[in-house]
Design a protein around this ligand. Sequence first.
Ligand code: NAG
Length: 220
Amino acid sequence: MFSKLLIASLVSLALASPTPAGLESRASIDTSTHCGQWDTVTATQYELLLDQWGISGATGSQCASLVSLSDSTISWKTNWTWSEGSGGVKSFTDIQLNQGINQQLSAISSMPTTWKWSQSSSGTVVADVAYDLFTSNTAGGSNVNEIMIWLANYNAGPISSSYSSSGQPVPVASDISLAGQSWNLYSGSNGANNVFSFLPVSGTITSFSGDVMDFLNLKR
Ligand SMILES: *[C@@H]1O[C@H](CO)[C@@H](O)[C@H](O)[C@H]1NC(C)=O
């Protein structure tokens, strides 16, 4: 399997803060505000995607901007208000990694990552904050598996092939200890990909530090 990584937030509300700059090189990047449905902003190995794919019929708007880039640490923010429209996801505004992808998983020993974020909101928010990875059967091929690591679940829910009588998704594995946290794993199809979603057993993780390969190795 081959990897592709999105650092994403669904109907997004993430604000990622960089680690202190130290001796890192701070890149000159476009920090202007972008609000277009399909706007993108490239910053060296990363790309901000507005990706407002489900806004047809919805009321509201969303903007996003890059804040800073130091080596592999990127900071970005987004603000939004969405309502109405045809149910479901309005946007998946995210940071996509464009370099070093399409490698065979067996050739990757670790993918250490940290993510600090915060949000404020009013009203009822339906959102998640998540890492989103895709694997395929050939380098650069179409996505086959989608692996998500959710750090927050605000009235949303993972894709699941099984639901309880009260309508709750039923995990395929529970209380998995990884990256110093406890996770439930859900699986199901979105019609195109097998989706595997790790969700915190409880609460919200606003400061994550771990090795994404630990999650992928568990699945492999
Ligand atoms: C988001 O912030 C931008 C820049 O300050 C502003 O122009 C826009 O109206 C805001 N959008 C929402 C949905 O709050």
